[in-house]
Write a protein that binds this ligand. Sequence first.
Ligand code: CTP
Length: 402
Amino acid sequence: MNSLQGKKILLAMSGGIAAFKVAELARSLIQEGAEVQVAMSEAATHFMTPVTMQALTGKPVYVSQWDARIPNNMAHIELSRQADVILIAPASADLMAKISLGLADDLISTICLAKECPLIVVPAMNKQMWDNPATQRNVAQLDKDGVTVLGPTSGSQACGENGMGRMLEAHQILEGVISFFQEKVLKGKKVLITAGPTYEAIDPVRGITNKSSGKMGFALAQAALEAGAEVHLIAGPCHLNTPLEFTGKIQRTNVTSAKEMHSAVMSDLTADVFFSVAAVADWHVKNASAQKIKKEVAGSNTPTLEFELNPDILASVAESAAKNKKPYCVGFAAETNDLERHAQEKRIKKNIPMLVANIGPDTFGLDENELLVIEESSSQRFEKADKLHLSRQLIRLISKKI
Ligand code: CTP
């Protein structure tokens, strides 16, 4: 998707076995359109060679502040001025300590002291080193100084131990960097999202559901978090991981039925924006059985299901929004015919300012979509793109409404 097109990233590596993941990271940053310049500490060269990183990035790698290839011999100034962001991966406990104190006794720490651009650090170390109060103090200081800290995560470590301190995987770091560059248009705002299908039980082993995969709602949760919002994602049964899970920042509530989804939503109405993306079942089975319905007991009679209307979650939130002036409600619709007319009627019926309709007969489960965004006196098309890209467009549009 070239989400990092034109971005200049100074990828600084300190010593640690996790350095092997950085080869993959450099490649994926470049694939997303970034220009990557690598700097390595002397210790890092024991884990990865500068030749490897040079071959992957197509640029000479800098290891020393005395590198004579820089004309004015000020590698720390030259390298930091050229970057849109400095990304330290792996960031050792020692390097984080130096940066938090403002020490500058090698190339990377000097670059960090001389920098004008933002800094992202990706810690990697043994669990005792991570848990050490000194490291925790240093991380807290970096956070206070406006440094973005990605990870670490918990898991098996090269030393054979298991715990916190493991560096994130290359794809997670990439996601973190892409998020970092998104405009923080929803900073300070709270976003509530329903996603996925609901499941209405017939008996303890059977039920009625629909084809919703949850992908659009989850993509919106990611885009909202990237835009700086506080996000609560209420998900029906689906098998998707929480977006940007390693950040631990998306609050996720799993529900099963429409009634459960309704009460989860109604108990959190403090949001500024509500995206009602879930494909909520309109009815539940009134005579659901507490035990599995046996074929023998039913005999030749086919069981008859009686249906009862479910609460309309979006309409309930819209009713509250009419009194409290928030949240700004966005509905979603998948129609099979007369898209614009049905969508506009639905928007009016639900009393909401915006309704987003899927263009195309069946986009369930696909990664791409095409949207028609309908408001009171206008409609606009979002051309076919992956759901995360469309979500970012929607988030930008919403940020102008609230
Ligand atoms: N919706 C909801 N609660 C329901 C039914 C729908 O919150 N019980 C929300 C959906 O999340 C979506 C919007 O209402 O944002 C439109 O859903 P849709 O199923 O298309 O609308 P319905 O009102 O159920 O109309 P119909 O199924 O008759 O087209």
